[in-house]
Design a protein around this ligand. Structure first.
Ligand code: BG6
Length: 512
């Protein structure tokens, strides 16, 4: 297609967008008929088109096993965009995007698919009168990642003359440390690391990037951002939904692989890393790697006292009765897969020694919230006590990533009246009220960055191995323990009581 954007007056975000030119590109989605493509990738592409952020010349090819032709694919793409786009599609923009969309049916290990792909790519280059950059987006089941990377290499599609070739790989990148290493090796046999873009969609969220702005664009916080002032840090990624229809995937994954190894550990890294010298891919990832390497993985014997797993039992979420995990379709009645995981980690470096980091995530909890709570140390001396001061609490800085994006600073304030009674009050910043605009979806940012070749918000090979290295002993200990009961928590609650055992005296989990 040649780009058609929506008229500027319909586009309140346009001012905020960086308008860096993007080289003409063809995006090839392996797994183009899958759930992620429908719910996220195609709607994200529509929104980029709407904003005029796609390159002047942009082509899209979907590849999947289903037998269908180009027009079937376009019809399904139209439906998913109409259903899942964050803004109502503009007819001209949508038609422009769909116009020349292609579909290639076939198995990912079938040479004929790659031969046809080559022909279609050549046709697009001819039409454009120049070689287009190529992005291969692997949005398939993970067992196909090495197959597709291997085929692309074997057929010479891993590079192009006078144009860039990149490969975007969805999560999960590996199943444990050994398989992540193997996958890295397989991919890097065909592609150079600079061509590889491993996705963690959390990094595309505006509020996650705002962590960096918050830390490094304000002189207020950085001086206290260390062991001298911070008592403990808590990261929560709670969801109120259960596993939906994803038993096949989830039974093998579990909460630790699904959310902790990637999204939550990325939050931890951004929160604790040293300031990078520049907001540039390798500078930022060097810093993340350094801090991840400072998290000493537990030995398998230590796991019991630093990690808790649990499963949701039947309960009530938002007024609706839901069944327990073991009763879900496709879940084994004696399943030991965790739907809840809580950990206590330490970052062993000068800045963070002695500060516990508590992480928890779970399905079917009381509400959906992703937040970081930084609790400062208590004041050293309470002179106010003699005058009847009560209610003094340690200051908290609460960064909410979703659903209500913003930051809250909790301060102690005097309750009006004669005595010196104190209670916590909140100073609040809310994204919605300050910027009066809707944040773009994470995938919009990430697809655009991949097209620009900016890997800052993608995970590097050594980083992904460091992430798995921390989680691996916990996975091993849990796998090897086949007999101790898995704690159950009623759906719709705060999670298992056992999670409290991770906390040091005086520390507490914030209420969900
Ligand atoms: C995905 C997990 O990576 O992240 C899902 O596979 C989870 O299980 C989702 O629900 C949460 O993402 P978000 O953006 O809704 O917080």
């Amino acid at each position: 297609m040649t780009a058609v954007a929506a008229p500027a007056h319909e586009n309140p975000l346009i001012e905020g967008l960086e308008r860096l030119p993007v080289h003409p590109t063809v995006l090839v989605i392996f797994g183009g008929t899958g759930d992620l493509a429908h719910r996220k990738l195609l709607p994200a592409l529509y929104n980029l088109a709407h904003e005029g952020a796609l390159p002047e010349r942009f082509e899209l090819i979907g590849i999947a096993r289903r037998e269908q032709d180009h027009s079937d694919f376009r019809a399904v793409a139209r439906e998913s965009i109409e259903r899942f786009s964050r803004r109502k599609p503009n007819k001209d923009v949508l038609e422009g995007l769909l116009a020349d969309m292609r579909y290639l049916p076939g198995r990912f290990d079938d040479d004929r698919v790659y031969a046809r792909l080559k022909r279609t790519l050549a046709e697009f280059d001819d039409k454009a009168g120049q070689p287009l950059n190529r992005i291969f987006y692997l949005s398939t089941a993970p067992e196909f990642f090495p197959v597709i990377a291997g085929e692309l290499g074997r057929t010479g599609l891993n590079q192009a003359e006078r144009a860039e070739t990149r490969i975007v790989i969805e999560k999960p990148f590996g199943y444990d440390l050994a398989s992540a290493r193997q996958l890295n090796a397989q991919v890097l046999e065909e592609f150079d690391e600079s061509q590889v873009f491993r996705i963690d969609h959390y990094l595309g969220k505006e509020t996650v990037q705002n962590l960096l702005a918050f830390r490094f664009a304000n002189a207020l916080f950085e001086p206290v951002w260390n062991r001298n002032f911070i008592d403990y840090i808590q990261i929560t990624a709670a969801e109120d939904i259960g596993i939906g229809g994803r038993a096949g995937y989830y039974e093998r994954a579990g909460a630790l692989r699904d959310l902790v190894q990637n999204h939550m550990m990325q939050l931890l890294a951004l929160l604790t890393m040293e300031p990078p010298t520049a907001f540039e891919a390798n500078r930022l990832r060097d810093e993340k790697l350094k801090v991840l390497e400072a998290i000493v993985p537990p030995s398998t014997d230590e796991v019991a006292e630093m990690a808790v797993r649990a499963q949701y039992a039947a309960g009530v979420v938002g007024g609706v009765r839901v069944s327990g995990y073991r009763e879900e379709d496709g879940v084994a009645p004696d399943s030991r897969t965790e739907t809840y995981a809580a950990l206590r980690l330490h970052v062993s470096n000068w800045r963070w020694a002695g500060v516990p980091f508590y992480l928890r995530t779970g399905k079917a909890l009381a509400r959906k919230v992703t937040e970081i709570v930084v609790t400062l140390k208590p004041v050293p001396h309470l002179a106010l006590r003699s005058t009847g001061s009560v209610g003094v609490q340690a200051n908290q800085i609460i960064l909410t990533l979703q659903p209500d994006e913003g930051a809250t600073i909790q301060l102690g304030a005097k309750i009006p009246g004669t005595g010196m009674r104190i209670r916590p009050v909140n100073m609040e910043f809310r994204y919605g009220t300050s910027f009066l605009s809707e944040s773009p979806e994470a995938y919009e940012r990430l697809i655009l960055d991949a097209m620009r070749g900016d890997a800052t918000l993608f995970t590097r090979n050594d980083e992904i191995e460091a992430l798995w290295g921390i989680i691996d002993p916990i996975l091993t200990a849990w796998r090897e323990d086949t007999s101790s009961p898995i704690p159950q928590y009623p759906a719709g609650t705060e999670g298992p009581d056992e999670a409290k055992s991770l906390l040091a005296p005086r520390h507490r989990w914030n209420r969900l």
